[in-house]
Design a protein around this ligand. Structure first.
Ligand code: GDP
Length: 479
């Protein structure tokens, strides 16, 4: 698409400190090297070890990726239905499942798992993955070929599937002490409804078994990386890759997720039109988990009380109708994302009807109001992706509890957001929000099991860098 705005200046560090590989055709994915234009650069540097690991992964992907000889050979083994030996190339297949924010988090999780276990990541297209994301690895695609033998089973996979690791274990429970018989593939059910056996995925002994399986097919709606940090055999490697624990999703996300040109058009046109000239950019992500659509007064009250208490937005001056401007006034652009337009209208009207106490000029914008979640629609998901990305470009970010949409924005942006507490009984919580301890997403359904002692344990209390989340007391996040 040639009608996209062209960069005014070439970004100095377009490879983000060598996080990104060279050798891509720039025009086919403008966001890859232009993203820096709208960002304040990268807050921290990726470790040299992560960078070298990514280059080694890219080489592995080129050797084993779709339609290579080794891929064809390993698929043949899968079709035969018999386990022979551990092949040259092993794979983790990610199934496209759940809302877009969830999918972005699970894809990053599957990729880190691939890095840790020397597997090649292959991506199920779902309805629109190639429409949303550029290819992240040079030369060989990450997309699962459409003739992949198990593809037509993906939709049907669930907690009860015979092929799931949990069910394989159950069938074996009185049998072989060294673990179940080896098979050509295992389905990993890591969806929030997974059971105790499925959760043994997070134990070292089980990883030793899974290590021998050529094909792992994974369905999940959770950012499970925090629990990978609790697996002893991964510990050292993870520490070397991420000396700074709270940057895991930040770096994986900036490495993997480059909006396609159609989405980049949505992002760059919006940014240039509404955000670029403001002195301060504030993002407010509003996600209301309620049976009804709203807008709700208690949510608006909560947003106002949070943003004013925390000095994110200036207070209003209800007594004056005009504040005489002295020189150029500071402008604040507020980017709201929400399925409903109600909160946006109220906030915009407030700052129109009253001046701010400090004289700043507040402009309020909202790109879309889609009404309800429509994950099966292409244009809907393009907008959702564009909005997560736009939020990540703000200076200060307010997010909603429990929402992966907000996690993606904060992680990509390297931002510690203010999280709006989840309202109970339709009343604004007090305090309305708190600052996040880290920019990392929360793992909503972690296991609470001590694999060695074979008993329950508080997994948020084992190491200093894995803690419970601000917005979900039983969740786990890296800090
Ligand atoms: P989560 O449910 O908040 O964790 O986030 P997900 O992204 O996984 O699923 C919610 C889906 O609802 C999104 O992917 C969008 O399809 C839609 N959605 C929710 N909030 C917004 C919003 O503010 N803007 C847009 N465009 N879509 C939204």
């Amino acid at each position: 698409e040639s009608d996209l705005p062209q960069p005014v200046q070439v970004p100095k560090d377009k490879l983000l400190g060598d996080l990104l590989p060279t050798g891509f055709d720039e025009k086919s994915c403008l966001s890859r090297y232009q993203s820096l234009l709208y960002r304040h650069g990268i807050p921290r540097k990726a470790s040299p070890y992560l960078i070298s690991k990514l280059r080694r992964y890219e080489a592995l992907h080129k050797k084993c990726g779709p339609h290579t000889d080794l891929y064809n050979k390993t698929v043949k083994g899968l079709k035969s239905g018999r386990y022979s030996t551990t092949p040259d190339c092993k794979y983790i297949v990610w199934i496209s499942f759940s809302g877009l924010g969830n999918r972005i988090l699970t894809l990053a999780s599957a990729f880190l798992y691939a890095l840790l276990t020397d597997r090649v990541l292959l991506v199920d297209r779902g309805i629109d993955i190639p429409d949303l994301f550029c290819e992240p690895f040079p030369e060989v695609s990450w997309l699962l070929p459409l003739d992949f033998p198990l593809l037509n089973k993906f939709n049907g996979y669930n907690q009860k599937s015979d092929e799931s690791y949990g069910n394989v274990l159950k069938r074996n429970s009185f049998g072989n002490l060294t673990g179940p018989a080896l098979q050509p593939y295992v389905y990993l059910h890591l969806v929030h409804d997974y059971d105790d056996q499925d959760k043994l995925f997070f134990c070292d002994q089980d990883q030793t078994y899974l290590q021998k399986i050529p094909w792992l097919v994974m369905k999940t709606d959770n950012y499970f990386i925090p629990s990978l940090f609790l697996i002893p055999s991964f510990e050292q490697e993870l520490h070397s890759l991420f000396p700074d624990k709270e940057t895991v999703f930040h770096f994986l996300g900036r490495y993997l997720f480059h909006p396609t040109n159609s989405v980049w058009g949505l992002i760059s046109r919006y940014y240039e039109a509404y955000l670029s000239k403001a002195d301060v950019k504030v993002g407010i992500q509003i996600r209301v988990f309620d049976r009804e659509n709203g807008p709700f007064k208690h949510v608006l009250d909560q947003i106002l009380s949070c943003t004013m208490k925390e000095d994110i937005l200036p207070k209003l001056n209800p007594h004056e109708r005009i504040i005489s401007p002295a020189g150029k006034q500071k402008t604040v652009a507020v980017l709201i994302t929400s399925l409903s337009s109600g909160y946006f209208e109220e906030l915009r009207n407030l700052y129109w009807e009253y001046p701010t106490a400090t004289g700043e000029i507040i402009a309020v914008y909202q790109p879309s109001h889609e009404g309800y979640q429509q994950t099966e629609k292409q244009n809907h998901n393009r907008k959702a992706w564009a909005e997560m990305y736009l939020l990540s470009l703000t200076d200060k970010l307010v997010t909603s509890s429990w929402s992966t949409f907000g996690y993606v924005a904060q992680g990509l942006g390297g931002l510690k957001p203010w999280i709006l507490y989840k309202p109970e009984n339709r009343t604004a919580p007090d305090p309305p929000c708190r600052r996040a301890v880290s920019m990392e997403p929360c793992f909503h359904a972690p296991p609470f099991y001590d694999c060695k002692m074979r008993r329950g344990v508080d997994t948020g209390d084992l190491v200093p860098h894995v803690k419970h989340c601000e917005d979900m007391s039983w969740g786990l996040k890296l800090v």
